[in-house]
Design a protein around this ligand. Sequence first.
Ligand SMILES: [Zn+2]
Length: 308
Amino acid sequence: MYLYFRYMKYIWCILFLILTCQNPNKMSESYFEHLTPEEKSVIVDKGTEAPFTGEYNDFFEVGIFVCRACNNPLYESSAKFDAGCGWPAFDKVKKGAVNRYSDMSLGYERTEITCARCDGHLGHVFEGENLTPENTRHCVNSISVRFVAYEKLSVATFAAGCFWGVEELFRKQAGVYSTSVGYIGGQTNMPSYKQVCSGTTGHAEAVQVHFNAEEVNYETLLNIFWDNHDPTSLNRQGPDEGSQYRSAIFYHSEEHKNIAEESKNTLDSSERFPKPIVTEIVPATTFYRAEEYHQKYLYKRGASRCSL
Ligand SMILES: [Zn+2]
C-alpha cells in the first residue's frame, strides 16, 4: 500500500504533464501516411524547404491556401505578399486556423505555426517587421499548403495613370476581393518598373481587380475608373507623361467589352467631358505583377492619395 501511494504521485504527475503539454488536436503519425516523404519531412518532422524553391513562393493566383495534410482553410491569397525571403508570406490568417508554439530548435526563440486542425507544421510567424500594415508575417513552406483557385471571381484590368492611386480606389470598394498593380499591353516579357518607366516596353501601369460580381458589378468598377482620372488626356495624367500612363480598359470577356464600350459611348455623347475620350478598350494580354514595393503602395504608407 505504501509503495502504491509512493509511486502514484509520480504517475499522476506524468499524466498531468501529458494532458497539459500535448496539443489535443495532434494527430497520430498514421494520420499523415497519405503524404509524400518530402511533405512529411516538413509537415511532420518540422523541416524547412529551401528558400526560393517552393511552388508558391512567386505565385499570386487568386484563391485560398489550405493545409496540405487535412485541407483546413488557412490563408486567403489576398493576404499574400512578397517578403523577398524565399517562402510564401501572408499577413493575415483565417481566424483560429493556426496554432503558435515557442521553437528553440535554432538556439533562439522563434514562433512556430502549425495547422490548428491536424497540428501539421507550416512554418514560423514574425512580428514587428513593418512589412505591411498588419505587421505580421506568416512564413509558410509551400509544401505545407495547397492552393485552391477561386474560379467564381471576375477579373477586370484598368489603366488610369500612376497605379498607386488607382489601386487604392479599387481596393476600398466592397465586393473587391483583391487588387494587384502591374504592367500590361506591351511587348517585353516580365518588364521591370524601370523599363516600363522608360516608355520603351509599350506597357501601361495598370490595376488588376478580382471581384465578386454578386456583390459589385462591372459597371460600378467602370464608374470608379471614369470618375477618377481624365480619360480625354492622351498618354498623360497630371504630371505623369508617357504611354505607360495611358487611359485604357483591358477587357477579359466579350460581355465586359460591350459594357465598357457602351459606357464610353454614353459618356462621350453626354458632354460631361469637353474633349473626346481617348481611352483604349482592348483585350487583356499578360499582366505582369509589379514589384512588391508598388503593391498596395498607399495602403502600406497610410495614405489615401498620391502626393506627387
Ligand atoms: Zn492540417
